[in-house]
Design a protein around this ligand. Structure first.
Ligand SMILES: Nc1ncnc2c1ncn2[C@@H]1O[C@H](COP(=O)(O)OP(=O)(O)OP(=O)(O)O)[C@@H](O)[C@H]1O
Ligand SMILES: [Mg+2]
Length: 272
C-alpha cells in the first residue's frame, strides 16, 4: 500500500502508566476497505482505536513509540477534535450517547467540528446532507427525533451513536464493538448498515467480539493478543484458520482436527 493512502499504524506502543497495552502494532486500512480487529478481553482493541482517535489522554494513556498516519498526514499526537476534522471519527465502546438530550440534539452534536476550517460552533456546510444520509440509514431516528436518547433501545442507541459519528462526515469510521449486547437480529441489522456505510465510500476499522460477523464484513483482519498482532491477513483466510476457528469462532479442537467441510456447521453462520 502507498504510505499516503488510508490509515497506516506503524510499530505502535501504548502505555497506561506502567501498563503496556500495545507493543509494536502495525496495521493498514486501505481507502474504501473494511478491516476487522479481533481479540479477547484486554487484548488492546479499544486502546488501538483510542490511540487513533487521540482519546488515550482521557484514560491517562499515551503513545510511547510508533506512528499513525491518515492520507499521508501524521495523526499521532493530534488532539481528538483535529482527528475528527481530518475525517477520522470514532464510535466508542458502550455507545456513550447523550442520554438526557434528544435524538436530534445528539445528531447535531455530531456535526460540530466536522470540517477543517469550519467556524467554531457553526453547523458546518454539508450537515444537512449528512443528516439526510443518517436518517435514510436509520429511519427510526427520524421517528424518535424529539425523544430523549436514553429512552431508545440498546440497538437504537447504537444506531444513534453511529449516526452521530456520520454527522461529522468521516472518511474513516472507527467502530468499537457495535453489536455488543444486541440480539442477533439487531446485530445483523447493524452489520447491514456497516456494509451500506462502506458502500457509500467510508472506510471502516471494526473492533468486534463477534468474530463471525466481523469476518463476514471485512476484507482483512488482525488478531490482537496481549497487545500484539498475533495473526493478520485476508478475512476469508483467517476464517479458515484453525486457530481463529478454535479461539474466536467457538469451534472445538476436535471439530477443527476432523476438518471436513460438512463438519463445519459454524461456517454457515457468516455465509448467510
Ligand atoms: N485506562 C486504563 N488504565 C490502565 N490500564 C488500562 C486502561 N484501559 C485499558 N487498560 C489495560 O490495557 C489493556 C488493553 O485494554 P483494552 O481496553 O484496550 O482491551 P480490549 O481489547 O478493548 O478489551 P475488551 O474486549 O474487554 O473491551 C488491558 O490490559 C487493560 O487492563
Ligand atoms: Mg474494548
Amino acid at each position: 500500500m502507498n504510505a499516503t493512502d488510508g490509515l497506516a499504524v506503524r510499530d505502535l506502543t501504548v502505555h497506561y502508566g506502567p501498563v503496556r497495552a500495545l507493543g509494536g502494532v502495525s496495521l493498514d486500512v486501505p481507502p474504501g476497505a473494511v478491516v476487522a480487529v479481533l481479540g479477547g478481553n484486554g487484548a488492546g482493541k479499544s486502546t488501538l482505536l483510542r490511540a487513533i482517535s487521540g482519546t488515550l489522554r482521557f484514560q491517562r494513556g499515551g503513545i510511547s513509540a510508533g506512528e499513525i498516519s491518515f492520507e499521508g498526514e501524521r495523526l499521532s499526537g493530534a488532539a481528538p477534535a483535529a482527528v475528527v476534522a481530518r475525517g477520522v471519527v470514532q464510535v466508542p465502546e458502550g455507545r456513550r450517547i447523550f442520554s438526557r438530550m434528544t435524538v436530534e440534539e445528539n445528531l447535531r452534536a455530531g456535526a460540530l467540528g466536522a470540517r477543517r476550517g469550519a467556524r467554531p460552533r457553526m453547523i458546518p456546510h454539508g450537515a444537512a446532507e449528512a443528516r439526510e444520509r443518517v436518517l435514510a440509514l436509520f429511519p427510526v431516528l427520524a421517528e424518535r427525533a424529539r425523544q430523549r436518547a436514553g429512552l431508545l433501545s440498546g440497538g437504537e442507541q447504537q444506531m444513534l451513536a453511529i449516526g452521530r459519528a456520520l454527522m461529522a462526515r468521516p472518511r474513516l469510521l472507527l467502530l468499537d464493538e457495535p453489536t455488543l449486547g444486541l440480539a442477533p437480529l439487531m446485530a445483523a441489522r447493524i452489520a447491514d448498515t456497516i456494509k451500506e456505510i462502506n458502500a457509500q465510500g467510508t472506510s471502516v476499522l471494526l473492533v468486534e467480539q463477534n468474530a463471525a460477523l466481523a469476518l463476514s464484513l471485512a476484507s482483512h483482519a488482525y488478531v490482537l493478543e496481549v497487545g500484539e498482532v498475533a495473526l493478520h491477513g485476508p478475512a476469508a483466510g483467517l476464517a479458515e484458520s484453525d486457530e481463529v476457528r478454535r479461539r474466536y469462532l467457538g469451534i472445538g479442537a476436535a471439530e477443527v482436527a476432523a476438518g471436513t467441510p460438512g463438519e463445519r456447521p459454524a461456517l454457515s453462520r457468516w455465509s448467510a
